[in-house]
Write a protein that binds this ligand. Structure first.
Ligand SMILES: NC(=O)c1ccc[n+]([C@@H]2O[C@H](COP(=O)([O-])OP(=O)(O)OC[C@H]3O[C@@H](n4cnc5c(N)ncnc54)[C@H](OP(=O)(O)O)[C@@H]3O)[C@@H](O)[C@H]2O)c1
Length: 89
């Protein structure tokens, strides 16, 4: 078992994290201690989320993903599983 799988921190992926409901949900979960990935198509629009995460030292990371593109979804999920070894939410 690798280090990532031994870590009990729960992992969330919240699509649409750069604005609206996804933005609010990403911050809520990160503030509750979930390692939260916040995908959107255009990662440049995630600068506000990134700034808050850095200021509060939150476990939150914007990533690029288009939910209408299967290969993009597969690549993002593989990236998360490779980094964290789990997806809880
Ligand atoms: N706001 C409400 O009161 C409300 C009520 C009921 C239902 N809803 C529904 O909930 C959803 C979110 O609403 P919202 O108000 O939070 O919208 P929003 O502020 O426009 O946020 C949409 C988010 O989704 C991302 N996104 C859009 N298309 C995407 C795609 N193909 N792949 C990945 N990310 C994508 C956007 O970033 P990018 O553009 O960079 O991808 C953005 O981060 C919508 O489907 C809306 O119809 C909203």
């Amino acid at each position: 078992m690798g280090t990532n799988q031994a870590n009990n921190q729960k992992v969330a992926i919240i699509t649409g994290g750069s604005s609206g409901i996804g933005y609010a949900t990403s911050l809520l979960l990160a503030r509750k201690g979930f390692y939260t990935y916040a995908p959107a198509r255009n990662i440049d629009k995630s600068s506000s989320l990134q700034s808050i995460a850095e200021a509060e030292r939150l476990p939150l990371r914007p990533i690029q993903l288009d939910v209408t593109d299967d290969s993009s979804v597969k690549a993002a999920v593989e990236e998360v599983v490779s980094e964290k070894g789990r997806i809880d939410i």
